[in-house]
Design a protein around this ligand. Structure first.
Ligand code: AP5
Ligand code: MG
Length: 216
């Protein structure tokens, strides 16, 4: 298995299941997941300067400026644990971010576009529960923890992400359609795109992701 093989980009609307599938892929291939969303949420929790600069964008469901995101990504990708591959969860999210990755010669092995309709997104995000301590993600109905409200992995109390308020979900979806969806054509043109239709549950989607990677 060559290094390039494991450079995976997960594309898809908010709440498509990028983080859920990234968790499984990272465990299976023993490569890190790089999620700018998770990194920024950690900075906000820590009250860092970067957290202060970015909080308003996340709270409003807007994208964080490309220059801030790509400097986080560039520094994270230079770490030794990325040498054998990585999963980019929600990066790139604009055409300039994709162009910057190209400039950095970060050529993906594949771009998996997790396709989900807007109505289903509202259901997925409306029932999402997250563990702020270890990052595990659940859904009240579709992927519940063994004990309601408690993280299976670390036993902490689960919470609702602040940007999962309904009006913010709708804003994030609008931003997705305007700024991120054009990346589908960008990577299709580059011959890198595989569409994963995520109409079934978490395990069914994981099987489709796995099948797509095995075919490649
Ligand atoms: P980020 O944290 O990346 O959020 P997002 O893209 O909006 O996506 P989510 O994390 O909400 O959803 P997901 O696709 O990971 O789905 P999940 O697996 O949790 O970014 C947050 C913010 O940070 C952005 O709004 C922006 O401000 C900023 N940001 C981050 N990166 C940026 C960038 N590159 N550029 C600019 N700004 C950036 O699943 C969702 C729910 O559905 C869960 O409850 C799960 O259990 C359930 N579920 C998953 N799969 C299924 C399934 N197949 N069937 C049923 N339920 C399912
Ligand atoms: Mg996520």
């Amino acid at each position: 298995m060559c290094d390039d093989r494991m450079r995976i980009i997960l594309l898809g609307p908010p709440g498509a299941g990028k983080g859920t599938q990234a968790e499984r892929l990272a465990a299976r291939y023993n490569i890190p997941t790089i999620s700018t969303g998770a990194m920024i949420r950690a900075e906000i929790r820590d009250g860092s300067e970067l957290g202060k600069q970015t909080k308003k964008y996340i709270d409003e469901g807007q994208l964080v400026p490309d220059s801030i995101i790509m400097s986080i990504v560039e520094s994270r990708l230079s770490k030794p644990d990325c040498a054998k591959g990585f999963i980019l969860d929600g990066i790139p999210r604009t055409i300039p971010q994709a162009q910057k990755l190209d400039e950095m010669q970060i050529e993906p092995y594949t771009v998996l576009n997790i396709a989900v309709g807007d109505d289903e997104i509202v259901k997925r995000l409306g029932g999402r529960r997250v563990c702020a301590t270890c990052g595990a993600t659940y859904h009240e109905t579709f992927n519940p923890p063994a004990k309601k409200g408690v993280c299976d992995a670390c036993g902490e109390t689960l919470s609702i992400r602040p940007d999962d308020a309904e009006e913010t979900i709708l804003k994030r979806l609008a931003v997705y359609h305007e700024q991120t969806e054009p990346l589908i054509a960008y990577y299709e043109k580059a011959g890198k795109l595989i569409n994963i239709l995520s109409e079934g549950g978490v395990e069914e989607t994981a099987a489709a992701v796995q099948a797509a990677l095995e075919v490649e």
